[in-house]
Design a protein around this ligand. Structure first.
Ligand SMILES: Nc1ncnc2c1ncn2[C@@H]1O[C@H](COP(=O)(O)OP(=O)(O)OP(=O)(O)O)[C@@H](O)[C@H]1O
Length: 378
């Protein structure tokens, strides 16, 4: 797929800006805080309807304005699509495809696919398990947009069950036996919903990691000069012996029953995919604890390349690659591996504060745009 143009109106520090992309690689160069990452963030929003930097739409809309818009024209194998996302400070966002407003945001997902690689991703190995879960979830959302809905349902059930457990704890402290009995039967209903929605999440995460692991392993071996073996393992919070809905639900329910007293004592849900982990080991040693910075960078690079390949395999077209200030963090060998892997096949948008670290051949074949205070200059 190929992003032909991007139009930002009252988005972050852009008042009005139109960019035409005329090469497979675009380098956005500029000093700090000029709007380079904001531009990549706009593309990320079109791909996932999420930003890894902002939670609230009002932070995305240009200060002093009520509404911001990101619009793009994308060429896909089966034709050209116009995408638009309108963000509002006081109301819900809306999305449109080919100028037609969509009723369900879900239908917007999966049109533009992109892999984001920023310096924040370098924390994927050492950061919290939540980071790794978010990473897998964002891949799943692109591969199978309905996953966004599944995850949302699970999180809703989780919040409600947590509220109930909290209330349960308060009432059991006050020894109110009628309320306790009522709460128990209500809790059983939420257990069932947690199990149904949670099993969907668990099974999908397991499936995607099974496909991603060999790809990441191959890239990792190649980048490390075949000296290291990466293992990527899903460690779900509930036992998962086979990909069978009933077996997974049964295991989930059993674990809830085992942890019943602890959950009531702590007033929170202790069982479910919100407590999953994804483990990385290098030569059978946990990368998180023992990996050097260089090894961790190799690992994250391998994960990102695997992500590109998997999306390409499943979607049938190469996704975009967004490299946010990350090339400078990689040494020459890793940079070259990355550049060799993407060649001209994956349209790539790269931000940087200086062009010095780029290979001359790369510069020649790239479109270079200067970003200054929310404006783009050639
Ligand atoms: N909602 C907003 N309205 C107006 N300006 C904003 C808004 N959100 C962020 N900005 C401005 O955007 C700029 C940050 O841009 P961005 O994060 O793209 O930086 P950058 O060019 O990538 O630089 P760096 O190399 O530091 O990452 C800051 O000047 C910030 O004040």
């Amino acid at each position: 797929m190929y992003l032909k143009s991007l139009n930002l109106r009252s988005f972050r520090n852009y008042r009005e800006c139109l960019v035409d992309f005329d090469a497979p690689k675009t380098i956005l160069v500029g000093n700090n805080a000029q709007g380079k990452s904001n531009l990549l963030e706009a593309v990320e929003l079109l791909a996932t309807l999420k930003s890894h930097r902002a939670v609230r739409d009002r932070d995305l809309v240009c200060e002093g304005t009520a509404e911001g818009k990101i619009a793009a024209t994308l060429e896909r194998a089966n034709g050209t699509v116009d995408l638009a996302l309108t963000l509002r400070t006081q109301a819900r966002r809306t999305v449109s495809l080919n100028s037609e407003t969509l009723r369900r945001q879900l239908d917007f997902l999966g049109v533009l696919n992109a892999v984001q690689f920023s310096s924040l991703d370098l924390d994927l190995v050492r950061g919290s398990p939540e980071m790794r879960r978010n990473w897998v979830d964002s891949i799943l959302t692109q591969l199978e947009p309905v996953y966004a809905h599944i995850l949302q349902q699970y999180n809703q059930v989780l919040r409600q069950r947590n509220a109930l457990l909290k209330a349960f704890r308060k009432e059991s402290d006050s020894n109110n036996s009628t309320a306790n009995t009522q709460n128990s039967s209500e809790l059983a209903l939420w257990d069932a919903q947690l199990v149904t929605t949670g099993s969907r999440v668990t099974r999908r995460r397991a499936r995607v990691l099974t496909r991603l692991a060999p790809l990441a392993q191959t890239w990792h071996s190649s980048i490390s000069g075949r000296s290291e073996v990466l293992e990527l393992k899903y460690a779900p919070n509930i036992s998962l012996e086979k990909d069978d809905p009933e077996a997974v639900q049964q295991a989930f329910l059993e674990k809830i029953q085992q942890r019943r007293i602890a959950e009531q004592h702590q007033g929170t849900t202790l069982v479910g995919p919100h407590r999953d982990e994804i483990e990385f080991t290098i030569n059978q040693t946990p990368a998180r604890v023992y990996g050097s910075q260089g090894q961790q960078r190799t690992l994250v690079l391998a994960l990102k390349l695997a992500e590109l390949k998997l999306i390409e395999e499943v979607v049938g077209e190469p996704p975009l690659l967004l490299l946010d200030d990350v090339l400078a963090e990689l040494d020459l060998n890793r940079q070259n591996q990355l550049l060799d892997a993407i060649q001209d096949r994956f349209q790539t948008l790269i931000t940087t504060t200086h062009l010095g670290s780029f290979d001359a051949q790369w510069l020649d074949s790239s479109q270079i745009l200067c970003v200054e205070a929310g404006q783009i200059k050639r």
